[in-house]
Design a binder for this molecule. Structure first.
Ligand code: NAP
Ligand code: GCO
Length: 266
């Protein structure tokens, strides 16, 4: 048996949401190098132009569409176009997401709803749109990008933690409901990854020193560093490939060991 063949994504179409940059872009790069055809969406033409240039620079022939993951009609249209252009989606990565760091008592219900809408309802809408095509094909892989906040809380991220905790359970429910149709739905829980989303937590202080949160994360991480978006490529390829065909409803934490660690001794 050629073991490496099990990890190949040759002939597969992978839709990675919000993959103009950041974690989604890195996952798309990993899947492309494993042989998948990459399709992504983003919300604005200016991001699309920059993303297409970035994919071209990597030598990846990606197909980009403008669509907001919270808009059911736009997502249905996106999936119909992928079916017409490329024969449907084999792999969905629910990556698009936002965070709002606001103490709970200062957070409006509207802000809370917006985070839940993008980070939880968006993955529901996208999964719902691709599952019928996956059932017809007889296989499918759905990877939901969860978080440390699927397990842990912290000050200022109530909406994000509620959404990412919910996304963990949506993952298990999709597995429960569609496992029989040979659909595997798993999550990746990235640790603290250096992307635009976490840039405010890594900003240099006026005196040139590192942000206290940056130092806090490095001390909380047995690996002793922030993750890079590229750290997620291998885990994502594994969960998208035949190598994980009996892995279902699992959240794979890719966190440099944060969840295993009680923290530095005083
Ligand atoms: P990022 O750099 O902020 O990128 C997020 C992407 O999602 C952007 O391309 C953004 O596009 C897109 N997006 C947001 N709302 C969207 C919508 N309604 N429809 C379509 N696209 C939308 O974030 P990231 O750090 O790469 O994070 C990617 C995912 O990983 C998120 O779900 C995040 O919560 C999760 N995550 C991140 C970390 C981390 O430490 N960075 C850790 C754990 C989990 P726009 O430019 O249009 O906003
Ligand atoms: C925060 C961070 C986190 C990370 C990530 C951790 O403010 O605590 O943004 O939530 O982005 O999701 O896994």
């Amino acid at each position: 048996m050629d073991m490496m063949k099990q990890f190949s994504l040759e002939g597969k179409v992978a839709l990675v949401t919000g993959a103009a940059y950041g974690i989604g872009f890195a996952i798309a790069k990993g899947m492309a190098s494993a042989g998948a055809k990459i399709v992504f969406n983003c919300r604005s033409q200016s991001n699309m132009d920059k993303a297409m240039a970035a994919y071209a620079e990597e030598g990846i022939d990606a197909k980009g569409y403008i669509a907001d993951v919270t808009d059911e009609a736009q997502v249905a249209d996106l999936v119909a176009k992928i079916e017409a252009d490329l024969g449907g989606v084999d792999i969905l990565v629910n990556n698009a997401g936002i965070i709002k760091r606001i103490p709970m008592l200062e957070m409006s219900a509207e802000d809370f709803r917006q985070v839940v809408d993008i980070d939880l309802t968006g993955p529901f809408i996208c999964a719902k749109a691709v599952i019928p095509g996956m059932i017809k094909k007889g296989h499918g892989k759905i990877i939901n990008i969860c978080s440390m906040m699927s397990e842990l809380g912290r000050e200022t991220v109530s909406a994000y933690a509620a959404a990412k905790g919910g996304l963990k359970m949506l993952t298990r429910n999709i597995c429960s409901e569609y496992g029989e149709a040979n659909i595997q739905c798993n999550g990746i829980g990235p640790g603290y990854i250096a992307t635009p989303q976490t840039a405010p937590l890594r900003e240099r202080q006026p005196d040139g020193s590192r942000h206290p949160f940056d130092q806090f994360i490095v001390s909380k991480t047995p690996a002793g560093r922030w993750g890079e978006a590229e750290d997620l490529m291998g885990p994502a390829v594994f969960l998208a490939s035949d190598a994980s065909n009996f892995v279902n409803g699992h959240i794979l934490y890719v966190d440099g060991g944060i969840l295993a660690y009680i923290g530095k001794q005083p």
